[in-house]
Design a binder for this molecule. Structure first.
Ligand code: ADP
Length: 471
């Protein structure tokens, strides 16, 4: 549809312009040359007739004899017919021999005008010939005593004009055929490129994200194709991330579900299960379902972050969030023999929600405790400058190998799956931290800590003081 209509539009507009030019090219020169011939006829005819009239002027009276004598002198060779009449319009002389009008009355318009004392001239192009008529009175002592009339039937000039006309027509025909072909060709090339683009877009809509539009050229269509291709690149990578995420998520959900099923089957199939084992199995089922709800909770949180539904930001003080997380994790740290401490070097306020700040501090601190040795430490420090609030969580735990650092914030990425699972990890904690921080205009980075362990640094823009200054 697109191809047909665009192609037709392009072709029709090219052809319309050319047809207009051709019509002009065919009519203008013909009209001009016709006018030129008319004008030249007028001059030559008028001068011939006036020569003849002058030759008769000396005669006091016109009769067949004296007119015939005068005309043998003045007769003009180029003219087809000459008539001389007396003052009553009776023909005294006719240059045409066959079917001569001599002796008869001739009342051609031009002769009548001449007998009234006026010169007359008319010319017309008809029957493939220029037909010119010219007349002049013969005056003797201010009296019109007769009229001279000349008629010319010129096929020679007419043939020249016809020749010009047919040459122009032939040229126009050639040009028209050429233009029609070129316009069809050009519009086809143009619309073919649109077609390539439309085809690629259609395939992409149908789910083939690998296709790219290759239209060639360096014009606007090429620009559109390039824009489209880079859009396709983005879509493809987003789509890949989404697919991987869905696959990983289902895998993560399947594991605890399989565990629950296995435990339930064991309970059902073992007829005489002692109370302790039963309690242990049911306890395990409880743990697995806890894991399931943690994963779904994290997934929901990430989906909310993905959908771009940013909750309204408010001014949140970071120090209380640090105090709260440290307070909540104190017992866990104690249990694992890890020393947990918080240091506020400079209090900071950021634009976020209290829950987001809690998530960030809590996830990082909990990781510091989880991936640690007994006797290790986790230190949470709040600092920063006038523009940035810096939250650093460092530990001297097991650390993260160099090769894993770049992927540590990926969804479900875990350096040691078993260890993560053993501590109830979902592999989503750091993704939530990094997505939240980015959403609030900050950055987070993970690094190895000098002397062992790791350090996570979150930087968020400092919120302006209500009065304008920053805290
Ligand atoms: P998890 O639920 O597995 O803790 P996270 O997204 O919080 O998921 O962390 C991803 C992985 O990064 C963890 O499985 C762990 O291997 C590694 N990791 C995170 N924090 C630390 C840390 N402080 N020290 C060492 N490894 C860590």
């Amino acid at each position: 549809m697109l191809r047909a209509s665009l192609q037709v539009k392009f072709s029709v507009s090219y052809i319309a312009v050319i047809v207009a030019v051709l019509v002009l090219m065919n009519s203008y020169p013909i009209i001009v040359s016709e006018n030129l011939v008319f004008r030249s006829k007028e001059t030559t005819m008028k001068s011939s007739v006036s020569v003849m009239a002058t030759a008769l002027t000396g005669l006091a009276e016109l009769n067949e004899e004296n007119v015939a004598t005068a005309m043998t002198v003045a007769e003009e060779s180029g003219v087809s017919r000459i008539l001389v009449t007396d003052d009553a319009g009776r023909v005294l002389y006719d240059s045409r021999e066959t079917d001569s009008a001599q002796g008869r009355y001739a009342f051609y318009t031009e002769i009548v005008q001449a007998l009234h004392g006026n010169d007359a001239f008319s010319v017309a192009y008809a029957d493939d010939a220029f037909q010119s008529r010219c007349s002049s009175p013969v005056i003797y002592r201010s009296q019109t005593i007769g009229a001279v009339y000349a008629y010319e039937y010129d096929t020679e000039q007419a043939a020249l004009l016809r020749n010009l006309q047919s040459t122009l027509l032939r040229i126009s025909g050639g040009v028209l055929i050429f233009v029609v072909l070129i316009s069809i060709l050009l519009s086809r090339v143009l619309t073919r490129r649109f077609g390539v683009l439309a085809g690629t877009i259609r395939r992409m809509r149908e789910g083939d994200y690998g296709g790219r539009a290759n239209v060639g050229g360096h014009d606007e269509i090429a620009d559109i194709a390039a824009e489209f291709n880079s859009l396709a690149d983005r879509l493809q990578s987003t789509e890949e991330v989404r697919r991987r995420f869905v696959a990983d998520a289902s895998h993560e959900l399947k594991t605890p579900l399989a565990g629950i099923r296995l435990l339930a089957d064991s309970i059902l199939q073992t007829e005489t299960m002692d109370g302790d084992t039963l309690r242990e199995f049911v306890g395990d089922i409880g743990l697995e379902s806890e894991r399931l709800s943690r994963i779904t909770e994290d997934l929901l949180r990430l989906t909310r972050l993905d959908s771009g539904a940013v909750e309204g930001a408010e001014r949140v003080a970071v120090a209380p969030a640090v105090a709260r997380a440290v307070h909540m994790l104190r017992l866990v740290a104690q249990e694992r023999g890890v020393a947990l401490s918080a240091h506020v070097e400079r209090e900071g306020t950021v634009l976020a929600t209290a829950d987001e700040m809690h998530q960030i501090v809590y996830n990082l601190t909990e990781n510091g405790i989880k991936y640690n040795h007994s006797g290790g430490f986790v230190r949470v420090t709040l600092s920063g400058d006038d523009r940035t609030v810096v939250l650093a969580v460092e530990d001297n735990g097991i650390g993260i190998p160099d090769g894993d650092l770049p992927r540590i914030f990926d969804r479900f990425y875990r350096v040691d799956k078993m260890r993560s699972r053993a501590y109830g990890g979902t592999g989503l904690g750091l993704s939530i931290v990094s997505d939240t921080v980015r959403r609030r205009g900050g950055t987070v980075e993970a690094a190895q800590r000098e002397g062992g362990g790791s350090v996570f640094t979150v930087r968020l823009p400092r919120a302006a003081e209500e009065g304008g200054a920053q805290t």
